[in-house]
Design a protein around this ligand. Structure first.
Ligand code: AMP
Ligand code: MG
Length: 327
């Protein structure tokens, strides 16, 4: 059933949202990674609305979402056999390619940078919406800039309570973590943001791939160390530190634990899975749940693993735990 701004993804509601996008409106769009806030990539006024709605810094460029590689090619220069191979191998899916931009990619989309980011999402509703709109769509994560990303339609509404744009309900995102961003403009391909397409998978196609140390991939324009962050102060701790940290707390704290953990009141625990796919899927919902609890502090149990998808999870957790800049 459709409730208010949240629409069941029927053919009619997808057509309705496509017309809304063609007229310069915004739409909440489910993808396999996180929910996006979509606009026509060739309508600068619509794209500017996204920056305003998210309070996104003007220097943080957007990803152009397409349904077919040929559509991506039109926004880029120098689409070569390597790009085609990456698209054939990983699209539709959670891999964003950064390439030199063509004239079709506007300064608003690229934030004035000479490059453009393109991706083909794997969610049926996103693909149907792009096809029905017959345009490429920019779709940054549907959250206030720097805040926790959205993995359900209800999260999107809670991030933009004052705005009336429709949100297509595609269920809970299957992956739950943003795409891998791969920069192909330098001497060697380099991962700017780790995601579900892991370095190991990419190396099959790109033997000379470079993967910077987590927390040091500052190369992506517009990204800040603090990101994906709850409103409540949040810190990363090892499993063995949790008891002592809770004992020091004079006000309620919430532990984002891996697996079940008994904590004594007034503290509470929000349990996260120990499987990386399940952890990623629940990551943002878990952070939101912890944020909404009575805790004045969130203690995130640091996952002790670093390989595969844990790399992307640790990247998000570390950024979520960077304190805000003091005013
Ligand atoms: P979001 O869609 O909000 O999760 O953020 C998009 C991400 O893609 C940001 O981290 C951007 O820095 C990155 N991105 C978008 N365009 C480019 C580009 N031209 N070069 C490098 N990174 C980009
Ligand atoms: Mg984002």
């Amino acid at each position: 059933m459709s409730t208010g701004r949240i629409l069941e993804p029927t053919t009619e509601s997808i057509e309705h949202c496509a017309r809304h996008l063609q007229r310069g409106g915004l739409v909440g769009m489910p993808t396999e990674t996180v929910y996006g806030l979509a606009a026509d990539a060739c309508d600068d006024d619509a794209v500017r609305q996204i920056y305003r709605a998210k309070s996104r810094p003007a220097g943080n460029p957007l990803i152009v979402h397409v349904s077919r590689p040929e559509q991506a090619q039109r926004f880029t220069e120098g689409w070569d056999a390597q790009c085609q191979r990456l698209a054939d191998t990983f699209w539709p899916g959670p891999l964003t390619l950064v390439l030199p931009r063509s004239g079709r990619a506007s300064d608003v989309v690229t934030a004035g940078h000479p490059t453009v980011a393109v991706r083909s999402p794997a969610h049926d509703v996103a693909r149907a919406l792009i096809e029905a709109t017959d345009r490429a769509l920019v779709a940054p994560s549907a959250n206030q800039s720097g805040h926790v990303s959205s993995t359900t339609a209800a999260h999107v509404v809670s991030e933009f309570p004052e705005l009336a744009f429709p949100v297509l309900d595609g269920g809970m995102c299957a992956l739950g973590i943003e795409s891998t961003v791969l920069d192909l403009t330098g001497e060697h391909p380099i991962v700017l943001r780790p995601g579900a397409v892991t370095a190991r998978a990419l190396r099959n196609v790109l033997p000379d791939l470079e993967v910077p140390v987590i927390g040091e991939q500052g190369a992506s324009p517009g990204t800040s160390p603090r990101h994906y962050a709850p409103n409540t102060p949040t810190v990363l701790v090892t499993a063995s530190q949790i008891e002592d940290r809770l004992a020091e707390c004079t006000t309620p704290a919430t532990v984002l634990s891996i697996g079940p953990r008994k904590v004594t009141g007034p503290h509470v625990a929000v349990e996260m899975p120990d499987d990386p796919d399940a952890y990623a899927r629940r990551l943002y919902a878990g952070l939101r749940e912890a944020d909404e609890s009575d805790g004045m502090l969130i203690l995130v149990e640091s996952p002790p693993w670093t390989d595969g998808l844990w790399r992307a999870i640790n990247d998000r957790l570390q950024r979520a735990c960077v304190p805000p800049l003091s005013p």
